[in-house]
Design a protein around this ligand. Structure first.
Ligand code: BDR
Ligand code: CA
Length: 315
């Protein structure tokens, strides 16, 4: 079993990814760390507590960053995708459970130090908490077993960004944090839009989940109503890309993804802010910024049917 920290801006697709982890027999979830992104930090933390309470998740919830560490692309929250509360405007009572008083970045460091070489970190929001944890503990990269990030886009098969022609939301939400994480030497795999956009769930799949996955299926059905409306307005189809659950699938079943070793840096300003740029490891680039960047893995293809099947079976 993998021991997993889940860093998230819950979020409709984040909640689906959290349930994927929770119900996987191969995972022991040790902490949920919240970050602002799909909604405010108050909302994402409350959403994490709601999902924890509703599904009996044992892992504590640690509150993370309310805002980006530096310049970012865009302002406000994407309520047109995730609803005003971040969970598709699902109505629920204020959770009775409370968050753990230890802040997210400190919790990540404390857990990594307590379990060196054992923890998998899955990060599916902007990387502000992870960069803050790195600043607190520069040897964090050596303490983690593996890190899977949903973020970025590399133009594979012409895939563009979702918040600008070149930028993906989690990276554009805190470009400097992402860049710091990508050059840190963490054992990192990036699951970007190149593969998440190819891994879609449609209405009939969600209805299957609703029939077969108990309250989790009902929860997913209800929270995805608004999500589907958004995608229907933008491209006419009632199906949606599976972003954050793709990071979980890549953790649980890496053989379903084809990867490439690349050095990756992030544009931290200008018109391309938030762009993830990949280079060849070991190439004779003129700048140290590229020559000295450590390689990481970027996903370039996926067996989308197998990912959907794994999701359905797990739930
Ligand atoms: C990412 O942005 C958020 O809206 C989603 O939850 C996902 O993590 C996709 O770009
Ligand atoms: Ca997310």
């Amino acid at each position: 079993r993998k021991r997993v920290i889940f860093d998230t801006d819950i979020g409709i697709d984040d909640a689906m990814a959290l349930l994927f982890l929770h119900y996987s027999p191969d995972v022991e979830l040790v902490a949920i760390t919240s970050v602002a992104g799909n909604a405010s930090i108050d909302d994402t933390t409350r959403n994490a507590l709601h999902v924890k309470e509703r599904f009996g998740i044992a892992a504590p919830v640690h509150r993370g960053a309310a805002r980006a560490s530096g310049p970012a692309l865009g302002e406000g929250y994407p309520d047109f995708v995730h609803g005003r509360n971040g969970l598709g405007d699902l109505a629920f009572d204020e959770p009775a459970l409370r968050e753990d008083p230890l802040p997210a970045a400190e919790a990540i460091v404390a857990l990594a130090m307590a379990h060196p070489g054992e923890l998998s970190l899955v990060a599916v929001g902007r990387l502000t908490n992870i960069a803050a944890a790195l600043a607190l503990c520069p040897r964090l990269p050596q303490l983690l077993r593996e890190v899977v990030v949903m973020g970025g886009v590399f133009g594979v098969d012409g895939q563009g960004g979702n918040v600008s022609p070149v930028a993906e939301a989690n990276i554009a939400g805190d470009p400097a944090a992402a860049d710091a994480v990508f050059v840190s030497g963490m054992p990192l795999t990036l699951v970007g839009l190149d593969v998440t956009a190819k891994t879609r769930m449609d209405e009939s799949f969600i209805r299957q989940l609703r029939e077969r996955a108990g309250d989790a299926g009902e929860f997913i059905y209800r929270t995805t109503r608004l999500y589907f409306d958004f995608y229907e307005q933008s491209d006419g189809s009632r199906d949606c890309p599976i972003h954050d659950s793709s990071a979980v699938a890549c953790l649980l079943a890496p053989s379903l993804y084809r990867t490439r070793s690349r050095v990756v840096r992030v544009a931290i300003g200008g018109i391309a802010i938030g762009q993830t740029v990949a280079g060849e490891p070991g190439a004779d680039y003129v700048s140290d910024a590229w020559r000295e960047a450590p390689p990481l893995q970027i996903c370039v293809d996926v067996d989308a049917d197998a990912v959907r099947q794994l999701y359905l079976e797990t739930l």
